[in-house]
Ligand binder design. Structure first.
Ligand code: FAD
Length: 310
């Protein structure tokens, strides 16, 4: 087994987060953090140490089964101590395929990763974030790393070594690709999030909250019913257990009851403020500031106060 901790994500900014996790793990295991690239080196991917380019696939844009096969081939040759993959939908598929191919254990969606030379350990939320489970796995091991937990690695190492993994034939042929509509939000990097819940009575009222978010230099998020059930906002706005995990400086929850599945995705926000007509709404338990009131009165009042300061 080599003294290396590999990190990989198909998404450049997630790759930079996973590289930070690999640097932490490598410290404890007296190993080197190595950022994997498949097919081609990407300019936006930073590395705390060296990069390892897996040559064979013609491009970095490969389907998960190709990434898994390429990483498995290189891993059999070079025997890293651990392989960390960003827990995106794509990354989860790579990690599970890889664990089967290499017959090693896999920790899922973990943060606070560490290693002591014998085992890889981390923490993961269980029961909608009510419980933190400490999990570990004997090395060599794989882990998918919780997206949004680690700060992106700062350093940009330039050394690139190569490993030829040869031709990997995809099982699935990509017939065509369509870009997502423009205007997609990046809630993970937003400093302020104004979040809408079922207290918003109709879709036509959302622009009022969107305006507030803009005036606060923030982004608009929502609870799951608004995106998944009502379809008022695209999926990438939905925060929680099955949505995005966020930790802005300010999270303003408007008409959100605060069920565990929602708070699991925003409980690490620095400051939480909530507006709800129900004084017993659970969101107040998760808030630093609370207003018992009607968002249709409170939102215009906040906007007026902000306007008077300009
Ligand atoms: C497996 C599973 C996964 C889930 N994952 C997620 C997830 O990731 N994210 C998520 O959000 N949910 C998730 N849910 C759904 C979750 O359980 C809740 O149903 C959802 O979060 C409730 O959304 P809400 O707070 O907007 O609506 P409600 O629970 O209906 O709350 C609306 C709130 O608005 C208040 N209100 C009403 N009118 C006003 C007004 N005029 N002004 C101010 N307040 C008002 C009410 O008092 C109430 O508290 C999941 C559920 C399951 C089963």
């Amino acid at each position: 087994m080599s003294g290396a901790v590999w990190s990989y994500s198909e998404n450049e900014s997630v790759s930079n987060e996973v590289a930070s996790a690999a640097a932490d793990v490598a410290k404890g295991a007296s190993a080197e953090p190595v950022v994997l690239e498949i097919g081609a080196v990407r300019a936006g991917v930073r590395a705390p140490g060296a990069k390892l380019l897996l040559k064979g696939p013609a491009t970095s844009d490969v389907p998960p089964e190709v990434a898994a096969e390429a990483i498995a081939k290189a891993s059999k040759q070079l025997q890293p101590a651990a392989i960390l993959i960003g827990a995106t939908r794509y990354g989860r598929e790579i990690a599970s395929r890889l664990a089967v191919k290499l017959t090693v254990g896999c920790l899922s969606e973990v943060s606070k990763l560490s290693a002591d030379g014998n085992a890889l350990a981390g923490e993961r939320n269980a029961f909608a974030g009510k419980v933190v489970a400490k999990v570990s796995c004997a090395l060599p091991a794989i882990a998918t790393v919780k997206v949004g937990y680690y700060a992106a690695v700062e350093s940009a190492g330039t050394a690139v070594t190569e490993s030829d993994v040869g031709q990997v034939n995809p099982l699935v042929k990509v017939v065509s690709r369509e870009k997502k509509a423009a205007g997609a939000v990046d809630l993970r990097s937003a400093k302020v999030i104004v979040s809408a819940g079922r207290g918003v009575k109709k879709k036509e009222d959302l622009p009022m909250l969107e305006e507030l978010a803009r005036e606060m230099h923030g982004a608009l998020g929502c609870s799951r019913p608004l995106s998944s059930d009502l379809g008022w906002l695209p999926e990438e706005h939905h925060i929680g257990l099955t949505g995005v995990t966020v930790k802005p400086d300010l999270y303003l929850a408007l008409g959100i009851s605060g069920q565990l599945q929602h708070t699991a995705g925003m409980k690490d926000s620095k400051v939480v403020a909530a507006v709800n007509t129900d004084k017993d709404a659970p969101i107040f338990q998760a808030s630093d500031y609370g207003i018992v009131g009607d968002l249709y009165q409170i939102v215009p009042a906040i906007r007026k106060a902000l306007a008077s300061r300009r």
